[in-house]
Design a protein around this ligand. Structure first.
Ligand code: ADP
Ligand code: 5GP
Length: 208
């Protein structure tokens, strides 16, 4: 095999509503060998979300127990809910040779940066704050709680955007199809890195 068998990690962060779920979903459909690690969360499912596909939904007590047992490679409180990346799920996907997308917030990305020592960090921005508000409103404006949640997410987005410098790449998600192509290029470039080539394959095919 030309490629080393272990996959890479792509850490994708963005202020809520910038479009990262949409982009990541399209990439998984479009590209072979890319998977997303399904996170655990204490937040309630949104309409249309599917258990163990979008998230695994658990109670706070169970979440904190998992965190205490070291079951998460990273975890954080975001918008008043807890979210964590399962160590077991991530390692299983990587060992199977998948490139793995982690759609996580900036606190989680920092933890991965400090503990994992690898990974490609991608930050997605909306074209403007007005566009961000519009996208959040389009996604969810049914109740008064929804409106308060949107305001909370907008306030928090400024703190998240401040962290953009920690990332290797920045994609401004204006035209969706272009953003998808940009993320695809980043993943393709990573796959072409010298250290991803199996030296055994080179030796067998060209040097023996
Ligand atoms: P995030 O995962 O970053 O919170 P979503 O992927 O849920 O954001 O996108 C928020 C909303 O914006 C959704 O309704 C989605 O369809 C829409 N959206 C995503 N990308 C674009 C884009 N490039 N142009 C216009 N709307 C977009
Ligand atoms: P949402 O509730 O809109 O699905 O996600 C809210 C935020 O939580 C997003 O910024 C998303 O990237 C982040 N998030 C989702 N899963 C995880 C996770 O496992 N860990 C961390 N740290 N953040 C996560």
């Amino acid at each position: 095999m030309q490629k080393k068998s272990e996959g890479s990690i792509f850490i994708i962060s963005a202020p809520s509503g910038a479009g990262k779920t949409t982009i990541c979903r399209k990439i998984i459909m479009k590209m072979e060998n890319v998977q997303q690690s399904v996170s655990y969360t204490t937040r309630l499912p949104r309409k249309g979300e599917v258990e163990d596909v979008d998230y695994t939904y658990i109670g706070e007590k169970a979440f904190r127990k998992m965190a205490g047992s070291g079951d998460f490679v990273e975890w954080a409180e975001v918008h008043g809910n807890l979210y964590g990346t399962s160590r077991k799920r991530l390692e299983k996907l990587m060992a199977a040779g998948f490139d793995v997308i982690l759609d996580i917030d900036t606190q989680g990305a920092k933890q991965i940066r400090n503990s994992y020592g690898g990974g490609v960090f991608v930050f997605i921005l909306p074209p403007s704050m007005d566009a961000l508000r519009e996208r959040l409103e389009k996604r969810k404006t049914r109740t008064k709680e929804d409106k308060a949640d949107i305001e909370r997410r907008l306030r928090r987005s400024v703190d998240e955007i401040r962290d953009y410098k920690l990332y290797d790449y920045v994609i401004v998600n204006d035209e969706l199809s272009i953003s998808i192509r940009k993320l695809e290029s980043i993943i393709t470039s990573e796959r072409l890195r010298n250290e991803k080539i199996d030296p055994g394959w080179i030796k067998k095919n060209f040097l023996s």
